[in-house]
Design a binder for this molecule. Structure first.
Ligand code: NAD
Ligand code: SER
Length: 329
C-alpha cells in the first residue's frame, strides 16, 4: 500500500457497478466514510439511504472539489461514464464525460494530493486488429468506438499522471459485467443481463447479437472483488497501473441461452442483431489476465453455470415478491 484509504468518493455511484461497489466499500470502510455521488438521484435507493450522497457532475470540476473538501476525500473510485452503445449514439457526450470527467478527477488528485484513484477501463479498449483469443495484456489498442477511444485515453492519462505527478492511479479492463441489482446503463454486453430478467418475466428474449457472439464476461461479485483487491494492492508490486486485463468467463450468446434453458425448460429465444453487433465483433472473445494474477493476485471465482444459477435464484425471488425491477425498469 502507498497510503491508507480513509475517506472514499465513488462517482457514478448509482450505476450498475457503482451501486454495488458503494455498498461493498461501505461494509468494509464504514458507511460514513464512503461518499456516493451521481448526476441522477434515486431517493429510495440503498446507496442514497445508507450513507452520504451528493449530486456531482464529473464534467464540472467545482462540483467535485466541494465534496473532496467537505469530506476530506483521499480516494476516488471513478465509475461515472457513458458506455459503448449510448456512446455511439452521442460520441461528443461520451468524450466529454469519459475524458473530461477523468481529467477532472486526475487533476483533483494532484491538487488535493489524494492517496489513490481507481479508474476502470474496459475490453472496449481493444479493437478489430487486436488478437481475439486470449488477448494479451499489452497488445494493439485501436478501438473503433468512441467509448473504446475514451477508455484508451483514460488508461494512458492515468499512467501519465503516475509518471508525471506521482499520483497512485489504478485501473482494470472490466469484461461485460453481469449483475442482479442494478440494470446496466447502455452497453453492448447488456443482453447478458437483460436475458435473465426477460426469461423470468416473459419466458422469452430476443438477443440483439448473433448466437455465436462470444465475449469475456464477469459476475458482479468477482467484479467487486477485483476492484477492491486492486485498490488495496501493494503499489510497489505494480508494474502496470491503469490497464490490467481481468478474466473470469467467456461464452457466446447461444451458450448463455442454453444455460438458462437448463433451469427454465420452456425458455424461448431468438437473435436479431442490431448496431451493437459491430461493436461486439470488434472486441476480444477471451482475455489473458496473467499480468493481474502476477502483480496483485487476481483469481476469479465464478463461472457460467454458477453465475446463471445464482442470477436466476436472486431474480426469481424478487419476481415472486413483485419487485423484479426494484420498482423501476
Ligand atoms: P453505468 O452506466 O451503469 O453507470 C454510470 C453512472 O455514471 C450512471 O449512474 C450515470 O448516472 C453516471 N454519470 C453519467 N454521467 C455523469 C456525469 N457527468 N457525472 C457524474 N455521473 C455521471 O456504468 P457502469 O456499468 O456502472 O460502469 C462503471 C465503469 O465501469 C465505467 O467506467 C465503465 O466504462 C466501466 N465498465 C463497465 C462495464 C460493464 O459491463 N458494466 C464493462 C467494462 C467497463
Ligand atoms: N459492458 C461494457 C459495454 O458494453 C463494456 O465496457 O459498454
Amino acid at each position: 500500500m502507498k497510503g491508507e484509504m480513509k475517506n472514499i468518493l465513488v462517482t457514478g455511484a448509482l450505476g450498475q457497478i457503482g451501486s454495488e461497489l458503494t455498498m461493498a466499500l461501505r461494509e468494509r470502510y464504514g458507511a460514513e466514510n464512503v461518499v456516493a455521488a451521481d448526476i441522477r438521484e434515486i431517493p429510495d435507493s440503498e446507496v442514497v439511504q445508507s450513507g452520504p450522497f451528493y449530486y456531482v457532475d464529473v464534467t464540472q470540476r467545482a462540483s467535485l472539489d466541494v465534496i473532496i473538501r467537505k469530506h476530506k476525500i483521499d480516494t476516488i473510485f471513478h465509475m461515472a461514464a457513458i458506455l459503448s452503445a449510448t456512446g455511439e449514439k452521442n460520441p461528443q457526450k461520451c468524450w466529454e464525460v469519459n475524458v473530461g470527467g477523468t481529467l477532472n478527477v486526475l487533476n483533483a488528485a494532484v491538487d488535493y494530493k489524494l492517496t489513490r484513484v481507481i479508474i476502470p477501463s474496459s475490453i472496449a479498449a481493444f479493437g478489430p486488429d487486436t488478437p481475439k483469443e486470449n488477448t494479451p495484456n499489452d497488445t494493439i489498442l485501436r478501438p473503433t468506438t468512441m467509448y473504446g477511444i475514451t477508455k484508451v485515453v483514460g488508461e494512458r492519462l492515468g499512467d501519465y499522471y503516475v509518471l508525471k505527478y506521482g499520483v497512485d492511479v489504478r485501473g482494470l479492463r472490466y469484461p461485460g459485467i453481469i449483475s442482479a441489482e442494478t440494470l446496466p446503463g447502455g452497453g453492448t454486453t447488456d443482453y447478458a443481463v437483460e436475458v435473465f430478467y426477460k426469461a423470468i418475466e416473459e419466458g422469452r428474449y430476443t438477443f440483439f447479437v448473433r448466437p455465436d457472439t462470444r465475449l469475456p464476461m464477469m459476475y458482479m461479485p468477482d467484479c467487486i472483488k477485483a476492484t477492491i483487491q486492486l485498490a488495496e494492492a501493494d503499489f510497489s508490486r505494480l508494474k502496470h497501473h491503469c490497464d490490467f486485463n481481468v478474466g473470469s468467463m467467456s461464452f457466446s450468446a447461444g451458450e448463455l441461452a442454453e444455460e438458462i434453458k437448463k433451469h427454465i425448460p420452456n425458455f424461448e429465444y431468438d437473435f436479431k442483431p442490431d448496431y451493437r453487433q459491430e461493436i461486439a465483433d470488434s472486441w476480444p472473445r477471451s482475455v489473458d489476465d496473467s499480468v493481474a494474477r502476477e502483480e496483485w493476485g487476481w483469481q476469479p471465482e465464478w463461472d457460467l453455470a454458477r453465475m446463471t444459477k445464482d442470477m436466476l435464484k436472486k431474480l426469481r425471488k424478487r419476481y415472486e415478491e413483485g419487485n423484479l425491477y426494484k420498482g423501476r425498469k
